[in-house]
Ligand binder design. Structure first.
Ligand SMILES: [Zn+2]
Length: 83
């Protein structure tokens, strides 16, 4: 079982096709970028990441509530934290 890393708020995760799902848990075969606000474990393999699209950082005034929730493979998070 891999340990879920601590991601400081504001970390941008770059996700490759197949490394993430939407709330319907269906893997999405596209790239995704998410500016992390919170992470919580779903299972040893996957974690829910709540945050914003990176565009939100440019106009923070009109997006204050996290607008993205992705189910991300823990391996994908670890890969970017260790870098
Ligand atoms: Zn947003």
């Amino acid at each position: 079982m891999s340990e879920l890393p601590i991601l400081p708020p504001g970390t941008v995760l770059r996700l490759a096709p197949g490394e993430w799902c939407g709330e319907d848990r269906v893997p999405v075969w596209d790239r995704a970028y998410i500016c992390v606000e919170r992470v919580h474990a779903d299972s040893p393999e996957q974690a829910w990441v709540t945050g914003h699209a990176i565009e939100c950082a440019y106009k923070s005034s009109d997006c204050t509530i996290p607008c993205m929730v992705l189910l991300v493979r823990v391996a994908a998070i670890l890969r970017q934290v260790e870098r």
